[in-house]
Design a protein around this ligand. Structure first.
Ligand SMILES: Nc1ncnc2c1ncn2[C@@H]1O[C@H](COP(=O)(O)OP(=O)(O)OP(=O)(O)O)[C@@H](O)[C@H]1O
Ligand SMILES: [Mg+2]
Length: 254
């Protein structure tokens, strides 16, 4: 009589197989009905206008769209550096609704779970290359994984630059330090806003190669804002923004 008990499971299993549904796929990020407005009256701007999207663990997503379409505003809210409007939707990262966290908890969450790379490198000028990279781990008072640090510095092409200060580096090198800092504590989610915007195409391509490595080797999820369609094509998926809304969401890949 045991087979009666197994019946529903069998039916469910064959349904899942037939429709190729993978139950192990997990969403690392869910954005639901997100709204962010700036200003009032005539000068009111809906920078992010009721946006919903889901990103799977290990996905590499590129966001493109015209200047002023809301890409950075969205990324800042996902990264917990800015907040949506009151009752302006929710952002769930690894099951945690970050819109409900108070400022202190949000800052802690950001430091532990998210790596952010900005267009302007945001390095600490008085810290060396090595100290800038290890900063998030030092703040957590965690032990430095020296092997990984060496591997990362090597991959970043920053060997022999470890004790340099940011103002002793080129723009491309500074951006690579910022990427090292975002990667070093191995956050599950990496957000990058135009990380190649200030670089020549060769240095830009190197940055993208590093992000792809983080994505493919360490299975880190990446959301990358870019104006460069060639760079966007390196992602698994391209989301196009227009006027605060998602106007297309397509599979990419070369
Ligand atoms: N702090 C602010 N105060 C008022 N309006 C703002 C503020 N930040 C952004 N905006 C407005 O919100 C809209 C979206 O800006 P956002 O920076 O997100 O665009 P973007 O898509 O990142 O553009 P770009 O490609 O130029 O970086 C713009 O119209 C902008 O003027
Ligand atoms: Mg922007």
């Amino acid at each position: 009589m045991v087979h009666f008990g197994l019946g529903p499971w069998f039916v469910r299993g064959s349904f899942l197989l037939r429709y190729n549904i993978n139950m192990s796929e997990k969403y690392i990020l869910e954005v639901n009905n997100l709204v962010k407005t700036y200003g009032k009256g005539d000068s009111l701007v809906k920078a992010v206008d009721n946006v919903s999207l889901k990103v799977k663990e290990g996905e590499f997503v590129a966001i493109i769209g015209a200047s002023g379409s809301g890409k950075s505003t969205l990324l800042h809210m996902i990264g917990g550096v800015d907040r949506p409007d009151k009752n302006g939707g929710e952002i769930i990262i690894e099951g945690q609704n970050i819109t409900k966290l108070n400022d202190n908890k949000l800052a802690l969450f950001r430091r532990q779970q998210i790596g952010i790379i900005y267009q302007f490198y945001n390095l600490i000028p008085v810290l060396t290359v090595r100290e800038n990279i290890t900063l998030p781990v030092d703040l957590e008072k965690k032990e430095i994984d020296e092997d990984y640090l060496e591997q990362l510095i090597d991959a970043l092409g920053l060997k022999n630059r470890e004790t340099h200060l940011p103002n002793q580096l080129s723009g491309g090198q500074q951006q690579r330090v910022a990427i090292g800092r975002a990667l070093f504590n191995r956050p599950a989610l990496i957000l990058a806003d135009e990380p190649t915007g200030n670089l020549d195409s060769k240095s830009g391509a190197e940055i993208v190669k590093l992000l792809k490595l983080a994505n493919e080797k360490y299975h880190q999820t990446i959301i990358l804002v870019t104006h460069d369609l060639e760079i966007a094509k390196e992602a698994d998926r391209i989301i196009t923004f227009g006027d605060g809304k998602i106007i297309s969401d397509k599979k990419a890949g070369k």
